[in-house]
Design a protein around this ligand. Structure first.
Ligand SMILES: Cc1cc2nc3c(=O)[nH]c(=O)nc-3n(C[C@H](O)[C@H](O)[C@H](O)COP(=O)(O)OP(=O)(O)OC[C@H]3O[C@@H](n4cnc5c(N)ncnc54)[C@H](O)[C@@H]3O)c2cc1C
Length: 457
């Protein structure tokens, strides 16, 4: 059976797919969006939003626990997990309704069901064939698992960890990347004894090593154990717990084991490879203009190797819609995608790590401004710092790396600085409101311009 023909036919209604749909509709293109589950995808239903809601509950728990340090009599009486889930699900529901409203507003045609690319800019859903002048593959990603670890009630990926029906007393997190670190932070705030096991030598290994050190120190202070450079050999679930064996024979027992070993591209069941789309380790091979190697077919978001972040997906989607409309947009620069880990404390960065910058520019200069000197951070009682990397000793700012509570909110200024290739001396004259954490960024720029105000040396 033949379905509709659209200017843009999109497979997958997550961040990448729906952003593409909205921008294409704004540009007066007709759009059909095929989604097997719920529009909003991973980010809204199983990713960014639910985890950040849990992290906010975790922050409130910590605030209740530490009230007396600020002269406020509070007690922490425990976590009402049903209420936590209600709050989290309520947040998702409101945003989901809003998103559905936007789809209607943009007059995007939605098709519900699993789509298979059958070649010739055609996707089949439940026996109906939809065609597009352009096709956009936006099927996203899934939680990877470990072949020798069987998932169960207590051995879970992030999908099930978000719905866990109990607060663990003891938790082991396998994987010290963003997702593992965020869950470790939540569970520790909820009162669990948490161990993160990471095979690489440090937590958040994609970040500048300085960030890892700061985060590991903060986690140590919170009683979260980070076992880095260690592999898990096996994990077995019983009725009342999980036994995790590390290499070397040491065992850890826990109520729950989170397997957070990264996310794989969801490309195996969409007919891609069968119809000429080249895959590399499962990811769609796309060029800088996100063309998927077959005329008129594009790929956006997590199916394209690189940072698996919702806002990268949004930007990919917008880019492709504008490309299809002939606007010749500027390609999305991977290193300018801001990265935030929303743990307590947060880690936020944009641009190159110091090592990557050295590789690229030969020589670099960096400064660290310690939050110990920042008034607002002291008021909030948070530790950490801001590290700024410049090319050579006179070049532009090419990387900003921050650790501390709420530093994710500073990433906007950092991003503008790096993306506009500003010199520290371009930024230094801008007045930062006092007392804000933004001042720490300003102080780092002042220091790099040779005129530190609240910094020794
Ligand atoms: C626990 C967790 C926390 C996260 N936190 C953050 C965060 O704080 N910030 C951030 O930026 N990113 C975060 N992410 C990552 C973010 O969720 C993803 O980068 C983003 O969702 C990718 O968007 P996408 O459109 O590429 O794919 P997805 O959101 O995965 O959407 C793909 C959609 O395609 C559909 N689909 C797949 N195959 C088919 C098919 N054959 N037919 C029809 N439909 C299909 C799926 O059902 C899905 O809805 C997090 C992820 C996780 C798992």
């Amino acid at each position: 059976m033949t379905g509709t023909h659209s200017d843009v036919l999109i497979l997958g209604g997550g961040s990448g797919g729906y952003a593409c749909a909205f921008r294409a509709a704004q540009l007066a293109l007709s759009v059909t969006l095929i989604e097997a589950d719920k529009v909003g995808g991973t980010c809204l239903h199983r990713g960014c939003i639910p985890t950040k809601a849990l992290l906010h509950s975790a922050e409130v728990a910590d605030t209740a626990r530490t009230g007396s340090a600020f002269g406020v009599r509070t007690t922490f009486d425990g976590i009402d997990l049903d209420a936590v889930h209600e709050y989290k699900n309520g947040t998702i529901d409101r945003l989901y309704k809003g998103l559905q409203g936007l789809i209607a507003h943009h007059q995007v045609t939605t098709v519900s069901g699993h789509g298979t690319y059958v070649g010739d800019r055609t996707i089949e859903v439940n026996g109906v064939r939809y065609t597009g002048s352009s096709v956009v593959l936006a099927t996203g990603s899934y939680a990877r698992t470990v072949p020798f670890i069987e998932l169960g009630e207590r051995i879970v990926t992030s999908d099930d960890a978000l719905k866990l029906g109990f607060v663990p007393k003891k938790a082991v997190v396998l994987g010290g990347g963003v997702i593992g670190v965020e869950f470790a932070s939540v569970w520790a705030s909820f009162g669990a004894e948490v161990t993160v096991v990471e095979a690489l030598p440090r937590l958040v290994a994609a970040e500048d090593p300085w960030c890892s050190k700061q985060l590991e120190r903060a986690f140590r202070k919170r009683g979260i154990s980070a076992r880095t450079g260690v592999k898990v050999e096996s994990a077995k679930e019983s009725a009342d717990g999980v036994l995790v064996e590390l290499e070397g024979g040491e065992t850890l027992d826990a109520d729950v084991l989170l397997v957070a070993v990264g996310r794989g591209p969801r490309t195996a069941d969409g007919g891609f490879a069968e119809h000429g789309i080249t895959l590399d380790r499962g990811f769609v091979v796309a060029d800088e203009r996100l063309r998927a190697g077959v005329d008129g077919v594009y790929a956006v978001g997590d199916v394209v190797a690189g940072l698996q972040l919702a806002h990268r997906g949004f930007q990919h989607g917008v880019f492709v819609a504008e490309e299809i409309a002939g606007l010749a947009p500027v390609p999305v620069a991977e290193h300018l995608v801001p990265r935030v880990t929303y743990s307590h404390p947060e880690v936020a960065s944009v641009g190159f790590t110091e090592d990557a910058a050295r590789e690229r520019y030969g020589d670099v200069t960096s400064v660290v401004y310690d939050l110990a000197g920042n008034g607002k951070s002291q008021i909030l009682n948070t530790a950490g710092g801001v590290k700024v990397v410049r090319a050579g000793d006179t070049g532009p700012v090419v990387g900003v790396h921050m650790v501390g509570d709420r530093v994710g909110e500073l990433i906007g200024e950092a991003q503008l600085t790096v993306a506009w290739e500003a010199l520290p001396s371009d930024v230094a004259p801008f007045v930062h409101a006092h007392p804000t954490q933004n001042e720490a960024l300003g102080e780092a720029m002042l220091a790099l311009s040779g005129k530190p105000l609240h910094r020794h040396g």
